[in-house]
Design a protein around this ligand. Structure first.
Ligand code: FES
Length: 507
């Protein structure tokens, strides 16, 4: 074989490995900052990141191995494994540094890959700390490539190198500027909405109604002209604007990839205040209805392993999450309900995901599921949607940073301090006013020209979300945890108030 082949392999594999490394780190940054979240699919995003990282590692290994046979390199195994052992240098004044940096990067890449493969067995913080080394690798590799490469005089190589270095710099800036990771709220399909001052209503037609379980109606909505719907992400809900004036939110439970229709499933609740009862008794195929959304307060975050827990009609957002995940993603579902007959889509889920779905019908099992046994040894993300007792049982058992939930109804919360008047400043409309102790913040905003939309009025649906620019809110809602709201600076004024004397809102 022509020995020059090895020289070509050395150079080509080095460049390919560099390109893949930059793509992998950039993709990882998109994954951790979730700046693509309005349209991404976290399951696939994570798989792509892993696949590209593995490929970068493979080409790096090929580059190192081929150096042993490269007729121009004169490397021996110790030169490739021990930093500063090789005396090779393309730039005299830098001595052994360029090759040594490459050797060190090789070891760092192995460490990042190895700890990722061992993720389940390692403490999350340790894994994260090692994973940050990939930022060091992608920067240092630029110097290694620039100082040792024999192609640096070729204009094609220079262009590729400049693009890679620019991409690396932009990616690292994005990482610094958007440090918050996944646990953010309100990834609506339109992106973050600072405050909803008007609702975009869409008229949709009821294309199909069926009964997936006792007392549950599943409804398919389509656009009357048959056009495609906007994209949505799992966990999203739409708001139905009923002709009787009520607004009700229901999770989308179809396949997020299917843009021909929105599907919701509605339980005829015995506690209905007119919403679900009307849908069960009055709605027919062929009717039209105004719909707003989708919006999302229950996002599926990227993870290597999921445990889903659904109670009763809480299966609806979870079902959409399952449909969005790649086949190879590790996940399990515990689907609990009073009886099998009352559990929507139960047979469909068992058939679609054999071995992954555990059905727990209380009337057969004689009591609630054993959550301790379910959670034993599990280190991944836990998603739960269901009745309050199920939610509370999981809140008591799973660390807050791994638990994601959506509530059906408001939790009773009372302020830990006496109600007092406070000043509100609406930054965009330049309006100031005082909210009295017996007045809701939402009412005060709207009576001062805010025109903020709302729905449940109980702090559950998240419709009235506003961004807080300054001041400290007193959260009394049940949309999500107070830490999450404070982290991204939002509040729900239908029930929440202010702790500080002055609260500045982005309205
Ligand atoms: S209107 Fe539902 S959370 Fe405020």
């Amino acid at each position: 074989m022509d020995p020059m082949i090895w020289n070509y392999v050395t150079r080509a594999s080095a460049l390919i490995a560099w390109v893949l490394l930059v793509i992998s780190v950039t993709w990882g940054i998109l994954l951790s900052t979730r700046i693509l979240k309005p349209n991404d699919n976290p399951g696939w995003l994570l798989d792509l990141h892993r696949w590209v990282s593995g490929l970068a590692m493979a080409f790096t290994a090929l580059h190192v191995w081929s150096l042993l046979y490269d007729p121009f390199a004169y490397f021996q195994i110790p030169d490739l494994l021990i930093p500063f052992r090789s005396s090779y240098t393309a730039i005299e004044s830098l001595g052994p540094w360029p090759v040594a940096l490459g050797v060190i990067c090789f070891y760092l890449m192995i460490a990042v890959q190895f700890t990722s493969l061992m993720l389940k067995a390692l403490p999350r913080r340790f894994w994260k700390g090692v994973h940050y080394l990939s930022y060091v690798v992608v920067m240092v590799v630029s110097f290694h490539a620039g100082w040792t490469g024999t192609d640096t005089r070729a204009w094609v190589y220079r262009i590729v190198a400049i693009v890679l270095i620019m991409l690396t710099t932009i990616a690292l800036f994005v990482r610094i500027l958007f440090p918050k990771s996944a646990r953010t709220l309100s990834a609506t399909v339109e992106g973050r909405r600072p405050a909803q001052l008007s609702e975009n209503l869409t008229t949709m037609k009821i294309a199909n109604i069926f009964t997936p379980a006792t007392d549950i109606r599943a409804i398919d909505f389509v656009l009357p002209n048959g056009a495609q719907l906007q994209t949505w992400v799992p966990g999203s809900h739409i708001t139905l604007h009923l002709p009787n004036g009520l607004k009700r939110q229901y999770s989308l439970c179809g396949d997020p990839a299917d843009r021909s229709q929105y599907r919701v499933a509605v339980l005829n609740s015995p506690k209905s205040r007119g919403g679900s009862k009307w849908i069960h008794e009055e709605l027919n195929v062929g009717d039209t209805m105004s719909i707003s959304g989708p919006h999302n307060h229950f996002e599926l975050e990227p993870s290597s392993e999921y445990l889903f827990v659904a109670g009763g009609i809480g299966i609806t957002p979870i079902k959409a999450m399952l449909e969005s995940l790649p086949n190879r993603r590790e996940w399990r579902l515990l689907y609990a309900g009073r009886s099998r007959a009352s559990m929507a889509f139960v047979a469909e889920l068992e058939q679609a995901y054999p071995g992954r779905v555990t059905v727990h019908a209380d009337d057969v099992m004689g009591g609630p599921p054993n959550l301790d046994a379910l959670l034993a040894g599990f280190k991944g993300e836990v998603y739960v949607c269901g009745p309050e007792p199920l939610l509370n049982a999981l809140i008591a058992r799973v660390p807050a940073d791994r638990l994601h939930f959506e509530r059906f109804s408001a939790v009773e919360r009372s302020a830990d301090e006496p109600a007092k008047p406070y000043e509100v400043r609406l930054a965009r409309s330049r309006t100031n006013f005082t909210v009295q102790p017996n007045e809701s913040l939402l009412d005060a905003i709207n009576s001062n020209g805010g025109a903020l939309i709302s729905s449940c009025g109980e702090g559950v649906c998240g419709t009235c979300e506003v961004r807080v620019l300054d001041g400290k809110p007193l959260h009394l809602d049940s949309v999500t945890s107070d830490e999450d709201k404070d982290e991204i600076g939002v509040m729900y004024p239908c029930v929440s108030r202010s702790r500080s004397d002055v609260l500045t809102l982005d309205i």
